[in-house]
Design a protein around this ligand. Sequence first.
Ligand SMILES: Cc1cc2nc3c(=O)[nH]c(=O)nc-3n(C[C@H](O)[C@H](O)[C@H](O)COP(=O)(O)OP(=O)(O)OC[C@H]3O[C@@H](n4cnc5c(N)ncnc54)[C@H](O)[C@@H]3O)c2cc1C
Ligand SMILES: NC(=O)c1ccc[n+]([C@@H]2O[C@H](COP(=O)([O-])OP(=O)(O)OC[C@H]3O[C@@H](n4cnc5c(N)ncnc54)[C@H](O)[C@@H]3O)[C@@H](O)[C@H]2O)c1
Length: 478
Amino acid sequence: MTRTYDLIVLGAGPVGENVADYAHQRGLSVVIVESELVGGECSYWACIPSKAMLRPAQALEGARRVAGAAEAVTGSLDAPAVLKRRDSFVHDWDDSSQVEWLQGAGIDLVRGHGRITGRRTVTVTGSDGETVELSATAAVAVCTGSAALLPDIPGLAEVDPWESREATGAKSVPASLAIVGGGVVAVEMATAYAALDSQVTLLARSGLLGGMEPFAGELVGEQLERSGVRIRRGASPIGAKRGADGVVLDLGDGESVTATEVLVATGRRPRTDDLGLDSVGLPAGKWLDVDDTLLVRAETNEGDPWLYAVGDVNHRALLTHQGKYQGRAAGEVIAARAQQRAVDDGPWGLHVATADSAAVPQVTFADPEVASVGLTERAARDRGIDVRVVDYEIGSVAGASLLADGYAGRARLVVDRQRDVIVGATFVGQDVAELLHSATIAVVGEVPLRRLWHAVPSYPTISEVWLRLLETYGRPEE
Ligand SMILES: Cc1cc2nc3c(=O)[nH]c(=O)nc-3n(C[C@H](O)[C@H](O)[C@H](O)COP(=O)(O)OP(=O)(O)OC[C@H]3O[C@@H](n4cnc5c(N)ncnc54)[C@H](O)[C@@H]3O)c2cc1C
Ligand SMILES: NC(=O)c1ccc[n+]([C@@H]2O[C@H](COP(=O)([O-])OP(=O)(O)OC[C@H]3O[C@@H](n4cnc5c(N)ncnc54)[C@H](O)[C@@H]3O)[C@@H](O)[C@H]2O)c1
């Protein structure tokens, strides 16, 4: 028998949960389909366990940088205790509390692998092979996320490399770890494992943290090297094999790297390969291209929109908070269209994810932290914006020097001169993560610099860097 709902959500990661919740709050009946754990990658194998592993290192380093406290720190991290605390944050990979939340929110759950079988229909195959047929009156939202992408390097798959799941879920710390990649996963895991006393080698083909302001990768790289990480810039393996001493990566220039384990952190692929997309004329294994209302741009939606893609799977911004933001818009717009209410789909409307292209915030939890929002200088210039950039050394701010002896960090504002507004901001330094939302509000709110002079930062906090940046930019003309 087919079960009918207004909305079927495929994937109960953070994004699917938000689509389901917001649509349900507007009166739609909703079923969510999950093949693994309710809470998704973020809760069990990504954001939460990685940050739980990084926080003890950050606390320890924080104390080491304050004379008086530093003398009280006599040892290194207790790896089993760090991993035990990580386990508590992922509830030992048990999703009962999140299932309880779904029940409380009035959302039905069907466990199993969902496949689209035609317009508004889905078949779910459970782990016992039993199937459940679902049909939607309004929409199907694909929120199936992404998985690690393994590059086509001869021998790599055969050495059973770690992907992000193994790195965030490890039960012990390998004596040495080679990391392929120089992006966020590579940098965060290098930080965590180096602090846990693993000998880490980073193979960063195109440097560190590409796509961010160049000084972010430079400052993070310098600190990683100070903490004992070997960084091989421009290096990428051309072959891999497992020997008696661990994995041997051939760098192709006569050199090789040997490590107990190798972590491959070279990006993501969409989880659309076994989703039945061909039944509605879409190719398998590709990112799903969407408009600002998260509606898939495809023939199947012409005249009768029903298929949405939200979160990582649409490749707009592979971040939990940004996917959840999309999820709120998608849940609302699906309900509005189902109830024939007006759709507010102009820029910054209730039913769109405008910030995806203008103001994506991200914190990389390395040492130093990298907190950025909006456009880098380069991206702003590429968009033809009349840009002026101001930089300031955060260590010169009283709040920063009190926070840590010898505080090192830098802030940058990217200003659109014509409109007198900030289009991008980057802060690199210890404990700058919580500073980021002020910049996000300035970018999204398009607050004129002239007005920002009236936003007075408290003394003595790191926020005073805002004032220093404005002073560096210059007081407005009368
Ligand atoms: C190591 C690591 C650390 C990260 N840290 C951060 C961070 O600190 N901050 C941040 O913002 N982002 C972080 N990210 C990114 C973040 O994890 C993703 O952006 C986020 O998980 C995307 O959410 P989602 O709901 O789109 O997908 P997912 O979280 O991947 O959830 C998708 C769900 O769909 C289910 N599913 C897939 N196919 C099917 C199917 N056919 N049927 C039924 N269910 C299906 C999956 O089992 C999964 O539960 C990190 C990523 C990694 C890899
Ligand atoms: N704190 C956070 O917000 C956080 C943390 C982790 C991950 N994430 C998200 O997860 C996503 C995935 O992160 P990621 O680090 O895996 O991907 P990424 O796209 O950020 O970085 C991939 C890196 O791998 C390198 N690379 C690609 N192919 C390679 C090859 N064949 N050989 C050597 N190097 C190669 C690239 O040059 C790049 O440096 C990101 O989009 C990120 O936003 C966010």
